[in-house]
Ligand binder design. Structure first.
Ligand SMILES: C[S@@+](CC[C@H](N)C(=O)[O-])C[C@H]1O[C@@H](n2cnc3c(N)ncnc32)[C@H](O)[C@@H]1O
Ligand code: SF4
Length: 342
């Protein structure tokens, strides 16, 4: 069977929507898994990170905390997971606050999804979670950690205990070693901003000490209404300095055997726009997002198009709205033009 990364590389070589849609339709026709599924089992968190848009969202008047119950998760899994190629079991909430989260992972493994991962702040990683991840072959845990020094990280992520988090990551490494398992891989996500830019090379040493397999340095996305993010966002002069620092981090990562997941902004290939390019977009044919109330999205930039707990998935796919969105993408216009660049 083709390895996941090989399939992704082949897919990226297709440089137009029409070719991608053709490949995805062919994949569907021959029964290949083709979905990238992101699913949030809750919409809350135990931290108040200064740069996180979710913190502000939780203060909005129409916000109420939600959990996707296991029984509902099972219904959704039955509709999506047989076709899922990649499953991220979290996106914007904190997955480890969902009661019984290891059961959710285990169910996903029952469906044989080839790549299962979730992103977490790591504060609730414990023996039970690690055991299930190892036994059920969960491919990856991504832990968000944005600095090599306790003072910096605890300032950026109020509520976080740096030492406790490192202990939990050491427990993960130790349990994997003891059970002779290289899964789940540990990936560390580091949001780069003014306060932590200089710590990037030292962070590679910490990542190696913690047994991480990969690190991704990602630029901070500034949000209107959050002055911290606008103040911390790297300006043009710092972008150049960031390039040098990232180079040094990359050299260190190479020496330590840590894979550095490239982010184009730091290597002078900023695509300039936050919008996807319509000409290369095929999201509605392979991307599925589910929120904790069962809402289904088919593109990261648009709202939900229906609800998997009240409507059947095949009905939603055949609905005029879905057809219209696909037509918009293929023609490069309609509602899509309002969301994405040409
Ligand atoms: C919203 S969090 C949800 C998952 C989990 N609570 C966590 O912190 O990993 C998902 C990812 O978004 C990142 N993130 C939050 N705010 C960001 C921002 N303004 N710019 C870039 N990444 C951000 C976090 O660091 C985390 O890696
Ligand atoms: S831990 Fe994650 S979701 Fe929670 S506030 Fe921080 S970045 Fe946002």
């Amino acid at each position: 069977m083709l390895r996941e990364r090989t399939v992704q590389r082949l897919y990226r070589l297709l440089d137009s929507t029409r070719l991608k849609v053709l490949a995805l339709t062919a994949a569907e026709f021959v029964g290949l898994r083709r979905f990238l599924v992101r699913l949030d089992t809750n919409n809350f968190c135990n931290l108040n990170c200064r740069f996180c848009p979710e913190v502000a969202r939780r203060r909005e008047s129409d916000y109420s905390p939600r959990v996707l119950r296991y029984i509902d998760f099972r219904r959704i899994a039955a509709q999506l997971f047989p076709q899922a190629r990649i499953l991220y079991l979290s996106c914007s909430g904190e997955p480890l606050l969902t009661p019984g989260f290891p059961r959710y992972l285990s169910l996903a493994a029952d469906y044989g999804v080839p790549f299962i991962s979730f992103v977490t702040n790591g504060t609730r990683i414990d023996e039970e979670l690690i055991r299930v991840c190892i036994e059920r072959g969960v491919n990856q845990i991504t832990v968000s950690l944005d600095g090599a020094m306790a003072e910096t990280v605890e300032h950026l992520r109020p509520g976080l205990d740096f030492t406790s988090l490192l202990d939990r990551l050491r427990l993960l490494a130790e349990q994997k070693r003891r059970r002779g398992s290289d899964r789940p891989e540990l990936r560390l996500n580091y949001v780069v901003m003014r306060d932590n830019l200089d710590q990037a090379p030292a962070f590679i040493d910490l990542a190696a000490e913690l047994g991480a397999d990969s690190v991704q340095f990602r630029p901070l996305t500034p949000y209107p209404g959050n002055p911290f993010t606008t103040a911390q966002h790297l300006g043009a002069a710092e972008q150049r300095r960031a390039g040098g620092i990232m180079k040094s981090a990359a050299q260190r990562a190479g020496r330590k055997g840590i894979k550095l997941l490239e982010h184009s902004e730091f290597v002078g290939r900023d695509r300039g726009s936050t919008g996807a390019l319509i000409e290369r977009c095929a999201y509605p044919w392979y991307y599925r997002y589910v929120n904790p109330t069962g809402g289904l999205g088919i593109c990261p930039r648009r709202g939900v198009i229906g609800n998997l707990l009240t409507d059947d998935y095949s009905t939603l796919m055949a609905a005029p709205r879905m057809r219209r969105i696909q037509r918009d993408v293929l023609r490069g216009g309609g509602e899509c033009a309002a969301h994405c660049a040409r």
